[in-house]
Design a binder for this molecule. Structure first.
Ligand code: ATP
Length: 353
């Protein structure tokens, strides 16, 4: 990051007692105006990170800094941070405008300013015409927009979003992802989103923090994570990746199950070093029998424009490849033999064995 971070975690740990560590030594810098997602499997520490930032949970070690100042001692309501939760926690007995204005009235904001800011926030989330509606009469997506408006109306420096879309159905969720991204662009506020959905994280984040077992595995842009996963965990968690056991040959290439491929970084390793080769399904193509690696097709699944082929290589490793339907002429029926090569121009990824 080139600018000074807005929010930093320095060596943050959370020990829940009884040997349960929610977080282990987390370091994280987030710039002003960034959209950052915390992504990882259930129990990896995403929500705990958010709760430590919000002030709902004290860290047992480390510091939380905002603009370079330690805020770990500040109670949640004195931090310039707001949270939107998964279950669109709205007050059911209030109408839309009352819900959105609630936080402002608690802070003693005058009636006129409250009315103006509530109207602005409702416009921002596309509910400008629903101000007087009882929230009980709204759909799930509309309620989540009310929760968003209620959070942004207080103009926090950081907006924390804890799986805000996970209660919505798939198509509404996709639409709301775009809206969330647009909203963040317009506001310029720093957004930190917790999600276990990699597609969601990849599509809306500036950077993604991949977490595993209470630790950070990698922090990178979506494209970097996809193209250059730093660990086996990230490689297998982001998209689909074939992970094949291989060995470095003498000339900077890697040999694996019938493939011999040039791989960036292999030249720096001694010949014979055991490595893992990461190959994306879309980077593999069918080759004439006799060339490339030998493959026995197990299952073919229709994916629209492409066919996902699951097969077995010579050494028994399972491999997944996506064959464009227009290029599927050489594809045998399930049980048949084929050959596999790396698409020209595509790269394999070098990972630890
Ligand atoms: P999910 O996606 O399921 O919400 P998560 O990544 O948000 O998971 P956390 O809720 O942060 O994970 O939990 C991290 C770890 O800390 C888990 O092992 C969890 O069981 C543990 N944990 C979380 N809160 C508490 C608590 N209050 N007391 C004890 N252990 C806790």
């Amino acid at each position: 990051m080139t600018t000074d971070p807005l929010l930093s975690l320095r060596g943050v740990s959370k020990d829940f007692g009884g040997g349960v560590f929610g977080l282990k030594d987390i370091d994280l810098d987030i710039a002003s105006g960034e959209f950052v997602s915390l992504l990882g499997p259930s129990g990896c520490g995403k929500t705990t990170t958010l709760r430590v930032i919000a002030g709902f949970e004290p860290a047992t070690a480390g510091e939380v800094l905002l603009n370079g100042r330690e805020i770990g001692h500040l109670p949640a309501n004195r931090r310039p941070v707001n949270t939107v939760f998964q279950d669109y926690a709205v007050f059911p007995h209030m109408n839309v405008a009352e819900n959105v204005g609630f936080g402002l009235s608690v802070r003693g904001t005058g009636a006129r300013e409250t009315t103006r800011r509530v109207a602005e926030a409702l416009e921002m989330v596309g509910l400008g015409d629903k101000a007087k509606r009882p929230v009980a009469a709204l759909s799930g997506g509309q309620r989540q927009r009310v929760a968003l408006a209620r959070a942004i109306v207080c103009e926090p420096q950081v907006l924390l979003l804890d799986e805000p879309l996970s209660a919505l159905d798939a198509s509404l969720r996709e639409q709301m992802q775009v809206e969330l991204k647009n909203l963040q662009n317009r506001l310029g506020t720093t957004f930190i989103l917790v999600t276990h959905d990699q597609t969601e994280a990849l599509s809306i984040s500036d950077r993604i923090v991949v977490m595993n077992g209470g630790q950070v595995e990698q922090i990178a842009t979506p494209a970097e994570l996809y193209d250059r996963p730093a660990t086996r965990f990230v490689a297998s968690f982001i998209g689909t990746m074939n992970l094949l056991a291989g060995r470095v040959t003498g000339d900077g290439q890697v040999e694996s199950a019938g493939f011999v491929l040039p791989v960036e970084g292999a030249g720096a390793l001694a010949a014979g070093t055991a490595v893992t080769l990461g190959l994306r399904p879309e980077d593999l193509i069918l080759a004439p029998i006799g060339a490339g690696a030998r493959l026995t097709v197990k299952t073919t699944v229709f994916h629209g424009r492409s066919l996902r082929v699951i097969g077995r290589l010579n050494d028994g490793a399972e491999v997944v490849l996506d064959v464009q339907r227009a290029a599927s002429a050489g594809l045998p029926a399930d049980g048949g033999a084929a050959a596999l090569a790396l698409r020209p121009g595509a790269g394999a990824i070098l990972l630890p064995a």
